[in-house]
Design a protein around this ligand. Structure first.
Ligand code: ADP
Ligand code: ZN
Ligand code: ZN
Length: 742
C-alpha cells in the first residue's frame, strides 16, 4: 500500500525542478501519472504523481497530505513517464516541461471538458411500437418524435421537451448521454481508398519491415526517389501493426503542408486514424487526444509533438520527410522528434522508419558500414518511380548568360517558352521561389560572385542598419562592395525576388494564366493552405507560385512543368547546411513534376550552374551528393563530425548580455582546461549574436564547436548549468546544433 507520493509540481520554474514527497491521505488512492492537487507553501498547486512508495525518510511533521485527485485516470502513461525522464536527462529541461509535452494543455486545470450530449433512442420496436403509435393518435408531437427516432438516435435538444418527457415516462423512449467528438476538418469524409498492387521494390520493402516488426523491432531509413510510393510502404507496415493488435505513429513536417498524407491515411484507416497538431482548435485536440488515450484511434498522424501521443503497444513509428528541420523544436524543451522517436521505438520494440528522397547527411551516415549497432539504421531503397514513370528532365539555365544577352527579366527565355507550351497543352505548372535567402546576401548579377567570409566559408549577410556585411559564425564585418571584386561590374546587389513579383510577372507575360500564390502572406488564415491546394487540384488555377510550402509531398497528376526561379537563394545562406538544404529543396520541387501520365519538365534558373548542389539535384543523384557533402563536412569540421553548442544571452541592457557571455566563456574555458576536454574543442568564443537585437533585447552568444567524439553531454550539461546561473536580468538559453544560428 503506497503511503507516499512523489510529485513534480506543475510550475515551470528551474528552482522547483525536483520531486516533492507528500503523504497519501487515508481513503485516497493514487496512481503514477495521475494529476493531483497538493499544498505548496501557502497555496495549492497541481502536480503529476511520478512514483509511489511505502517508505519515506522525511520526519512526519514535514510531510503534508495531498489535497485531492484532479483527474481520475492517469494522464501520463507509464512509458511516457519514462520518456519524460529520458527527455529531462537528454535535453536538460525541467521534468514538468517534458510532461507538459505529453498532454493537451486543456487537461491541466480542466479548462476543456468532453462535449456531452443527451440523446434519445426508441425503446420499442415491431408490434409494440405499432400498438403504441395506434394509441398515441391524439398526440401528434409524440408521433413526430417517434417517426424521427425510427431513422436513428437524435440529440434531445432537437426534440420537443414536453412530448419527449411524456414518451420517456411511458417507456417508449430512453435517454442517454453521449460524448460528442469534434472532428478535425482533415478527417471529415468517408474512408474509401482501395489498395493498389505493390511494385516489386515496394513489396520487398514491406516484407523487410514487417519481418522486423514481427521480430521485435528495428530501425530503417527508407530512401526513395520522389514518386516512388513511400506512403504506400508506410500504410502496409501500419496495417500489419494493427493486425498484430499494435498501434502506429506517422510524423509529418507540417500537417497543413501535407493534406494528402492525412487524406490517404484516413482513406485507409478510417476511424482508426487521429490527427494531432497545433492548428486544431483546443476542443478538437482534446477530443483527438481522448480518442487515442482510450484506444479508439490507433494510428496517429501529426507534426513533431505527436510523438508523445498516448498510444499503447506501438508497433511502428514513421517519420516522413525526415530531413525537415521542423522536427527539431526551437523552444524549450529543444527536443528532436526523430531522436524521441528512436527512444520510443526502443521502449516499445517497434519499427522506426525514417523516410525521405533526400535524407539528411547525419541520418544517411548512420546507414554506413562501421556505425555501431546501437546507432545504426538499415537502408531500404526505392530507386524508381511507381509504374516505371521516368524522373523529370531537368534543365539548368545559367542566368549570367541571360543577363549578358540582355534579358533582365526574372524568367529566362527557356522557362518562359516552357511555361507557354505547358499552358497551351492544358497542363499545370508550379513556380518555386526560395524565400529563405530573401534579400540578405550580396551577389553580382553579371558573374554570380557572392560575398563570403574568408574565415568560415559561409556567405556573409547584409545588415541594412549598419550597412555592412557580417559573418554569422565568427562575427567578422566588411563594408559592402560598390563594385564586384571578381569582375568589376557595378551590378552587384542584394538578392531577392519575392513570390508576389513572380505572380505579377506571370500575369503580365501570360494574361491567360490563372495564377494562385502560396506563401506566408496568403496562408495566414486557418485552412488557407488546403483551399489554395484545392483550387489548384480542381484546375481552377493552372499556375501555382509558391515558396518552400509547395516543395514537399504534393502529388498533382497534371503538373508537367516545375520552374525554379532562383535556385541560388538558399545556396548562399550563412549556414554550413545551406548546400544540403538547397539540394533537398531542388530535388523535392523537381519531384513534383511528371508524377502521373504527363511527363515532367523542370527548369532550374541559377547564377551558379556548376555548383554540385545544383548539378546533382538536377540529376537527382543523392548518393553522389552525399559523398561530396560529407567529405566537405569532414574537412571543414561541421556536424555531424562536430557539435555546435551555444548559449544565447538576452538582456535589456547590452552590457549585461555581453558581460554574462564573456564571464561564462571564461568559466567554460576553465572547466574545459580542468577536464582535459580542451583538446576536443575546436572553437570557443563569446560574441554578439548575428541578430543583435530581438524584441527589444540585446543578444550575445557563447559559441562552442566540439569534435563529435568529445564528451558532448558533459560539456552541454556544464553549459546548461552556466545558463541556469545567469544573472537575474539576463535570459540564457542553451542550444545544441540549432536549426538557425540567428
Ligand atoms: P513519394 O512519397 O515516394 O514521393 P507517394 O507516396 O506520394 O511517393 O506516391 C506517388 C504516387 O504513386 C501517389 O499518387 C500514390 O498514390 C501512387 N502509388 C503509390 N504506390 C503505388 C502502386 N503500387 N501502384 C500504383 N500507384 C501507386
Ligand atoms: Zn566568419
Ligand atoms: Zn561580378
Amino acid at each position: 500500500m503506497a503511503e507516499y507520493a512523489q510529485l513534480v509540481v506543475d510550475l515551470s520554474v528551474d528552482a522547483l525542478d525536483r520531486l516533492y514527497t507528500y503523504a497519501v491521505p487515508e481513503g485516497m488512492s493514487v496512481r503514477p501519472g495521475q494529476l493531483v492537487a497538493a499544498p505548496f507553501g501557502p497555496r495549492t498547486v497541481e502536480g503529476f504523481v511520478v512514483s509511489l512508495s511505502g517508505e519515506c525518510d522525511l520526519p512526519p511533521e514535514k510531510l503534508r497530505p495531498l489535497s485531492r485527485v484532479v483527474q481520475e485516470e492517469p494522464v501520463i502513461l507509464p512509458d511516457l513517464m519514462e520518456l519524460a525522464r529520458w527527455l529531462h536527462g537528454r535535453y536538460l529541461c525541467n521534468l514538468v516541461d517534458a510532461l507538459r509535452l505529453m498532454i493537451p494543455s486543456q487537461l491541466r486545470g480542466e479548462r476543456v471538458r468532453p462535449r456531452r450530449v443527451r440523446m434519445a433512442r426508441l425503446a420499442l420496436s415491431g408490434e409494440a411500437l405499432e400498438g403504441f403509435e395506434a394509441v398515441s393518435r391524439r398526440a401528434p408531437r409524440q408521433l413526430e418524435i417517434l417517426t424521427r427516432l425510427k431513422g436513428g438516435d437524435v440529440p434531445t435538444a432537437l426534440l420537443d421537451a414536453g412530448a419527449l418527457r411524456a414518451l420517456e415516462k411511458k417507456g417508449a423512449v430512453t435517454l442517454y448521454e453521449s460524448v460528442l467528438r469534434r472532428t478535425p476538418r482533415a478527417l471529415a469524409g468517408e474512408p474509401s481508398d482501395a489498395d493498389p498492387e505493390l511494385t516489386q521494390e515496394q513489396r520487398q520493402a514491406v516484407s523487410r519491415l514487417t519481418r522486423a516488426l514481427e521480430d521485435g523491432g528495428g530501425r530503417f531509413l527508407l530512401h526513395g526517389v520522389t514518386g516512388s510510393g513511400k506512403t504506400e510502404v508506410y500504410i502496409r507496415l501500419i496495417r500489419r501493426a494493427l493486425e498484430m493488435g499494435r498501434s502506429a505513429v506517422v510524423l509529418v513536417p507540417e500537417i497543413a503542408l501535407t493534406p494528402q498524407m492525412v487524406a490517404w491515411l484516413h482513406g485507409r484507416f478510417g476511424g482508426d486514424a487521429a490527427v494531432l497538431h497545433s492548428a486544431l482548435s483546443a476542443g478538437e485536440r482534446f477530443d483527438e487526444w481522448q480518442r487515442i488515450r482510450s484506444g479508439e484511434a490507433r494510428v496517429v498522424i501529426g507534426a513533431r509533438s505527436a510523438i508523445f501521443a498516448p498510444l499503447q503497444n506501438i508497433g511502428a513509428i514513421v517519420v516522413d520527410e525526415e530531413h525537415e528541420t521542423s522536427y527539431q523544436s526551437d523552444r524549450r524543451p529543444r527536443y528532436d522528434a526523430r531522436q524521441v522517436a528512436w527512444e520510443r521505438a526502443r521502449q516499445h520494440g517497434a519499427v522506426l522508419l525514417l523516410g525521405s528522397a533526400t535524407p539528411s547527411i547525419g541520418t544517411y551516415m548512420r546507414c554506413m558500414p562501421g556505425v555501431r549497432p546501437e546507432n545504426r539504421l538499415e537502408l531500404i531503397e526505392l530507386r524508381s518511380r511507381v509504374n516505371g514513370r521516368p524522373l523529370p528532365e531537368v534543365d539548368i539555365v545559367d542566368m549570367r548568360d541571360e543577363f549578358a544577352r540582355g534579358n533582365h527579366s526574372i524568367f529566362s527565355a527557356r522557362l518562359a517558352a516552357r511555361l507557354r507550351a505547358c499552358l497551351d497543352e492544358g497542363h499545370q505548372a508550379m513556380l518555386f521561389i526560395n524565400r529563405r535567402g530573401h534579400s540578405t546576401f550580396v551577389s553580382c548579377r553579371a558573374c554570380g560572385y557572392v560575398a563570403r567570409c574568408d574565415q568560415c566559408d559561409v556567405t556573409m549577410t547584409y545588415h541594412q542598419a549598419e550597412n555592412a556585411l557580417r559573418c554569422h559564425y565568427c562575427g567578422k564585418t566588411l563594408p559592402p562592395p560598390k563594385k564586384c571584386p571578381q569582375c568589376g561590374s557595378a551590378y552587384i546587389k542584394y538578392f531577392g525576388a519575392g513570390t508576389q513579383r513572380v505572380q505579377e510577372e506571370v500575369r503580365r507575360l501570360f494574361p491567360d494564366a490563372r495564377v494562385a500564390r502560396m506563401d506566408v502572406d496568403t496562408t495566414r488564415q486557418k485552412d488557407a493552405h488546403a483551399r489554395i491546394l484545392e483550387r489548384f487540384r480542381d484546375g481552377d488555377a493552372n499556375v501555382l507560385v509558391g515558396t518552400q510550402m509547395i516543395a514537399k509531398g504534393l502529388d498533382f497528376p497534371n503538373v508537367s512543368l516545375v520552374g525554379v526561379v532562383a535556385a541560388d537563394l538558399s545556396l548562399n545562406l550563412p549556414d554550413y547546411r545551406s548546400v544540403e538544404r538547397t539540394f533537398q529543396l531542388l530535388t523535392q520541387v523537381a519531384g513534383r513534376a511528371g508524377r502521373a501520365d504527363v511527363p515532367g519538365n523542370v527548369v532550374v534558373q541559377t547564377y551558379d550552374p556548376e555548383h554540385y548542389g545544383i548539378r546533382l539535384a538536377a540529376r537527382q543523384d543523392y548518393r553522389a551528393f552525399y559523398t561530396r557533402e560529407s567529405a566537405y563536412r569532414r574537412v571543414a569540421m561541421y556536424p555531424p563530425f562536430t557539435v555546435i553548442a551555444r548559449v544565447v544571452y538576452s538582456a535589456r541592457d547590452p552590457e549585461d548580455a555581453q558581460s554574462a557571455a564573456r564571464e561564462d566563456a571564461r568559466r567554460l574555458e576553465a572547466y574545459l582546461d580542468g577536464t582535459g576536454a580542451r583538446r576536443d574543442t575546436l572553437q570557443l568564443a563569446a560574441m554578439e549574436a548575428p541578430i543583435k537585437l530581438l524584441r527589444g533585447e540585446a543578444r550575445w552568444q557563447l559559441l562552442v564547436k566540439l569534435y563529435f567524439k568529445a564528451d558532448v553531454e558533459a560539456v552541454a550539461a556544464h553549459m546548461q548549468a552556466l545558463a541556469d546561473a545567469a544573472p537575474k536580468n539576463v535570459r540564457a538559453e542553451l542550444e545544441i546544433n540549432p536549426n538557425n544560428m540567428f
